[in-house]
Unconditional design. Structure first.
Length: 72
């Protein structure tokens, strides 16, 4: 039998977790948060970031010119 690839292994774990909580994302997240609290570890929570107003975002790579093409 061929061993599972890492991707298949992750998918199997994800499907098992979803089945355990009847595909209810709220219950899955609640269980993960419970596990975090019980572990006693420290977790970093980053503040939400505002979307960047980068002037180069979604700019055309080349100018689209309005060149007039004359026939003839």
């Amino acid at each position: 039998m061929k061993p599972m690839s890492p991707t298949e292994d992750i998918r199997a774990a994800r499907h098992a977790l979803a089945a355990k909580f009847d595909n209810d994302l709220d219950r899955i997240v609640a269980d993960l948060r419970r596990q975090q609290q019980e572990s006693g570890g420290q977790y970093l929570r980053l503040p939400k970031r505002a979307p960047s107003a980068d002037p180069m975002t979604n700019k055309a790579m080349q100018r689209s010119g309005n060149k007039r093409v004359e026939n003839g």
